[in-house]
Design a binder for this molecule. Structure first.
Ligand SMILES: C[C@H](O)[C@H](O)[C@H]1CNC2=NC(N)=NC(=O)C2=N1
Length: 97
């Protein structure tokens, strides 16, 4: 089991994952994206879903048309862990393609 990172550790590491912020109320990393349209948003969600399943680490998210909100938190640890930063990195890399 992975341990939740402390608040200071999380803030220190935020610089590694541009675009992500801490959502304190949810105890999660949060990023909001606006894609070109719904197919673009859903295509990205499909890619994220496959990567998440492979890593056995799954996002919380909300999609409205071209907007996608993603929260990364580790339910087993009750907070933000290395696994959330790892998935944030993977998502950011997808956005660079
Ligand atoms: C049994 C399975 O490995 C766990 O339930 C995994 C699945 N995906 C998960 N995803 C997230 N975000 N947090 C978890 O703690 C988690 N746990």
């Amino acid at each position: 089991m992975v341990a939740a990172l402390g608040e200071a550790q999380v803030r220190e590491r935020l610089g590694e994952v541009p675009g992500w912020a801490v959502d304190g109320a949810r105890g999660a990393l949060h990023r909001q994206l606006r894609l070109k349209d719904f197919p673009s948003a859903f295509a990205l969600m499909t890619r994220i879903a496959l990567a998440a399943e492979k890593a056995d680490h799954h996002p919380e998210w909300s999609n409205v048309y071209n907007r996608l909100d993603i929260w990364l938190t580790t339910h087993d640890a009750g907070g933000i862990t290395e696994r959330d930063f790892a998935l944030a990195h993977v998502i950011n890399a997808m956005l660079e393609d």
